[in-house]
Ligand binder design. Structure first.
Ligand SMILES: [Zn+2]
Length: 528
């Protein structure tokens, strides 16, 4: 039998199994495909074997199916994931077909074997059994399909409503799965997913994000844009094969959140003024810093959007995380030599007014080549926005000054300012009055109304709903520039420390977040 025909047969067989069909129904349905015309003996033999309770692997061995392929069945049947391993077999057959296409099966005397169990299953003639076209659209029945669509949409909506940043579908041993959301930084289990539901849901998610549904061995990345109510969501989908199955991670990014300007990222009037001062300068370096998940990328894009509104030529150079219309975005690809520095040089050739550098600085400001290039670009009349992973402005400047071969005077001279930020979890409406004595720094404030987290269905019992950003925005004036140029760490520390913490404490006093959250994020500062 031709390997390609066998490959198609097993691929279809696997899909039928994945859609929840029993083994016998699956083999019969796959046997009806028109490319199986002339191979009814093979199909009947398999069906009869299944009816007699034989394992597929054993049945195939009996007709001299090559031993190297039998392993797929044993692994599949043992793990209870026959559909997946069968699909792998289909891919293996397809790829092997390039080097010799025939497999000789010994079906003589076996095509209608096991008569005692009612061997007649399919007519061996031409395909007249059913009007069926050859598309694979019948992988699910209509009802099953609709159910899966409803299920996945329900998850996406629930995740979005909970204000979660990520949705995880994690396969566990035995083929079942678990749905988890990351909300307010914490990962929590939402529900268990049955094996059949899991397989269909993963296929549906791949379909929605334009990924290869049949590919189950390689990691895949995609995106889907969906609308939930009025909210348009731009979702990043990542599928990674693991020992227990395919793990799906969906990152929630609200498009409405990205396409905003600095008037809308919830800066206070003072902070906004400060930031406008910083961005009004015609050239120079602007530093944005925050731990991962602090929302700093949103801030960067909001600032970039301001420049685009002013008709500046904006170039962004990074692994493209968001799409920003009006900007030239260069995605890094080290495999072809397009590393950050190369991309930065390319970016300079597009005559930019503004350049945004992210990727390599996330957490590591010590890449001196890039940093020196950024300084040079700023010195030659460009706005350069750099994103870092330090938790506040002091830490950032401190590590910049510790970077080898960086001239502090040149850096100080070209620095326009810096933004640091952190996100705190906001108390849900179910919050209750705090039952502990507030610490001194809160007591001093007369009108403080301190709350603590409770938990309700809406907030998935976490007590928190959404997050609130806290910013430290400093436009660098002469004093701090002098301190940086002379490397006066103590002076810099004095001028830049404690801002985020004080603003966060105000949010506690206003009942927006809790003391626990304040300590969780700024523990050392308040407990020292
Ligand atoms: Zn609640």
């Amino acid at each position: 039998m031709d390997k390609i025909i066998l490959s198609n047969f097993f691929a279809h067989f696997a899909q039928m199994l994945a859609s929840g069909k029993p083994l016998l129904d699956a083999v019969i349905a796959s046997g009806k495909k028109s490319y199986m015309n002339g191979h009814r003996g093979f199909v009947n033999y398999l069906a009869a074997s299944i009816k007699s309770g034989k394992s597929l692997g054993q049945a195939l061995l009996n007709i001299d199916f090559p031993k190297e392929y039998i392993g797929y069945f044993n692994a599949g049947e043992w793990e209870g994931r026959l559909d997946q391993t069968m699909n792998e077999l289909a891919l293996a057959l397809k790829s092997d077909a390039k080097t010799g296409g025939e497999i000789n099966l010994n079906l003589s005397g076996k095509s209608t074997g096991e008569k005692s169990n009612g061997g007649e299953i399919l007519p061996t003639g031409a395909d007249k059994t059913e009007s069926e076209n050859d598309s694979d659209s019948e992988t699910y029945t209509d009802a099953e399909y609709k159910q899966t669509v409803k299920l996945v949409n329900g998850w996406l909506k629930k995740c979005s409503d909970a204000g979660a940043s990520d949705m995880h579908i994690i396969p566990v041993r035995g083929g079942d799965g678990v749905l988890k959301f990351r909300a307010g930084g914490a990962l929590r289990e939402i529900e268990k997913i049955g094996r059949d539901e899991l397989i269909k849901a993963v296929a549906r998610i791949k379909f929605m994000s334009c990924l290869d549904v049949a590919e189950k061995r390689l990691p895949q990345d995609g995106r889907m844009i969906i609308k939930i109510g009025e909210k348009e969501l731009d979702l990043r989908v990542s599928i990674v094969p693991s020992l227990t199955g395919e793990k799906v991670t969906i990152r929630f990014i609200s498009k409405n959140e990205i396409m905003i300007g600095i008037d809308e990222i919830k800066l206070s009037a003072d902070e906004l003024e400060e930031l406008k001062k910083m961005t009004d300068r015609p050239y120079g370096l602007i530093l944005v810093t925050g731990m991962s998940g602090s929302g700093k990328t949103t801030t960067c894009y909001s600032i970039l959007n301001e420049y685009i509104k002013k008709d500046c030529n904006v170039t962004i150079e990074q692994p493209a995380e968001y799409l920003l219309s009006g900007a030239t975005q260069i995605a890094l690809d080290p495999s072809i030599g397009l590393n950050c520095l190369a991309a930065l040089k390319t970016a300079m050739r597009t005559d930019p007014d503004v350049i945004f550098i992210s990727g390599p600085f996330a957490g590591d400001p010590s890449d001196r080549d890039i940093l020196n290039y950024a300084i040079k670009a700023a010195q030659t009349g460009h706005i350069v926005i750099c994103q870092f992973g330090c938790k506040n402005i002091f830490e950032l400047i401190d590590s910049l000054l510790k970077t080898k071969d960086i001239d502090p005077a040149a850096l100080a001279n070209i620095l326009n300012g810096a933004v640091a930020q952190v996100l705190l979890r906001k108390l849900c409406g179910c919050k209750k009055a705090a039952d502990t004595t507030p610490p001194a720094f809160i007591k001093k404030s007369k009108n403080a109304a301190i709350y603590m987290s409770a938990g309700c269905e809406k907030c998935l019992n976490s007590g928190y709903m959404g997050r609130v950003p806290v910013y430290d925005v400093i436009t660098f004036g002469r004093d701090i520039k002098e301190a940086i140029a002379s490397g006066d760490i103590e002076k810099i520390k004095k001028m830049t420390t404690g801002h985020l913490e004080k603003k966060a404490a105000e949010l506690v006093k206003a009942g927006i977040t809790s003391l626990e959250e304040l300590y969780r994020v700024f523990g050392q500062f308040f407990q020292a």
